[in-house]
Design a protein around this ligand. Structure first.
Ligand SMILES: CC(C)(COP(=O)(O)OP(=O)(O)OC[C@H]1O[C@@H](n2cnc3c(N)ncnc32)[C@H](O)[C@@H]1OP(=O)(O)O)[C@@H](O)C(=O)NCCC(=O)NCCS
Length: 152
């Protein structure tokens, strides 16, 4: 896939149904519903991004700016679009947008046993900052990670 074939666009609550399909593809039974996505994107602090390849919708990301801190709420790439730079392009756009918004740090939680996402975040210099026991509904633990952002 060439860089030209990958589009990253800003999305809002009106795109919630399309993002819910991507969330279902990426997360299965742990996906966000269209209502949950629309509600998240209606927060004034929240921003959504979608990724599209020549084959169609490939991934999405939702984050929010909370003063000097930004938080990644969810990122997902459809299984057949993985390991082709889609998630990375979404992360780079979010990191740039968060720095532009004046955020100095970006924070996230990831399941302790998510052995795809943890090395993915490490690629973007995220460091582990803590462990949150039984953070998820299914009882799984979460790792807190964060990265300092360069002022834009
Ligand atoms: C995590 C996720 C978003 C990564 O998206 P992606 O488009 O595959 O990521 P990229 O292609 O940009 O990967 C960039 C780098 O991250 C690392 N990486 C990505 N997936 C990995 C995996 N399964 N195992 C190990 N490293 C991985 C690699 O270093 C990769 O570079 P490489 O392919 O040149 O080796 C995707 O796997 C996903 O949607 N998973 C399910 C949903 C999820 O767990 N979301 C995170 C919740 S906290």
């Amino acid at each position: 896939m060439t860089a030209d074939a990958l589009r990253i666009d800003a999305v809002g609550p009106v795109h919630a149904e399309a993002l819910a399909l991507l969330s279902a593809a990426a997360f299965g039974e742990d996906s966000w519903s269209a209502d949950a996505i629309a509600s998240a994107l209606r927060q004034t602090s929240a921003r959504g991004l979608s990724a599209e390849t020549e084959e169609g919708p490939a991934g999405f990301l939702i984050w929010r700016a909370l003063g000097p801190e930004a938080e990644l709420l969810t990122i997902g790439v459809a299984p057949d679009a993985r390991r082709r730079g889609v998630g990375g392009a979404l992360m780079e756009k979010m990191l740039a947008d968060a720095a532009d918004a004046g955020c100095g740090r970006l924070h996230l939680e990831v399941a302790e046993n998510n052995f795809a996402a943890r090395p993915f975040y490490e690629c973007f210099a995220f460091k582990v900052t803590g462990l949150r026991k039984r953070y998820y509904r299914n009882g799984d633990d979460a790792i807190s990670m964060s990265v300092d952002l360069e002022p834009s």
